[in-house]
Design a protein around this ligand. Structure first.
Ligand SMILES: [Zn+2]
Length: 126
């Protein structure tokens, strides 16, 4: 409700409404451009401006938190300690992509934590 209020009154009435009215006045009354072409020009100019404003507004709503994608396999050998069992590996993270790794390395749940620490030290967000 609060964001609705900000969007409707702040974004449309205040910004678009006033900016659009002023622009229409400038184009139509001052520059004597006919109403319809003036209106279209008005919208075109504002669209260019609000493209950046709306992008900033919606970035907050639609920014998807990055997801770390794991592959879990049964009966695989841990790449570190050699234990056979359930193995884990990070396939994809924000700045990490091993989707097409020809030799995937799996790790047991203990070694997984150590590997995660190592990845984090390398600046990978997992
Ligand atoms: Zn292990």
């Amino acid at each position: 409700m609060k964001s609705w209020f900000i969007y409707v009154f702040g974004r449309w009435i205040l910004l678009s409404g006033i900016a659009g009215a002023l622009m229409q006045y400038l184009l139509s009354d001052m520059l004597k451009i006919h109403t319809i072409p003036a209106f279209l020009l008005n919208q075109f100019i504002l669209a260019n401006v609000f493209w950046f404003i709306d992008k900033a507004i919606f970035r907050g709503y639609f920014s998807i938190p990055h997801i770390t994608l794991w592959q879990i396999e049964k009966n695989v050998k841990c790449a570190d300690c050699g234990v056979i069992g359930e193995g884990y590996r990070v396939v994809k993270a924000k700045n990490y992509d091993r989707l097409n790794d020809p030799e995937p390395e799996f790790r047991c749940s203990t070694c997984r934590e150590r590997k995660l620490e190592e990845l984090r030290k390398r600046g990978i967000e997992v």
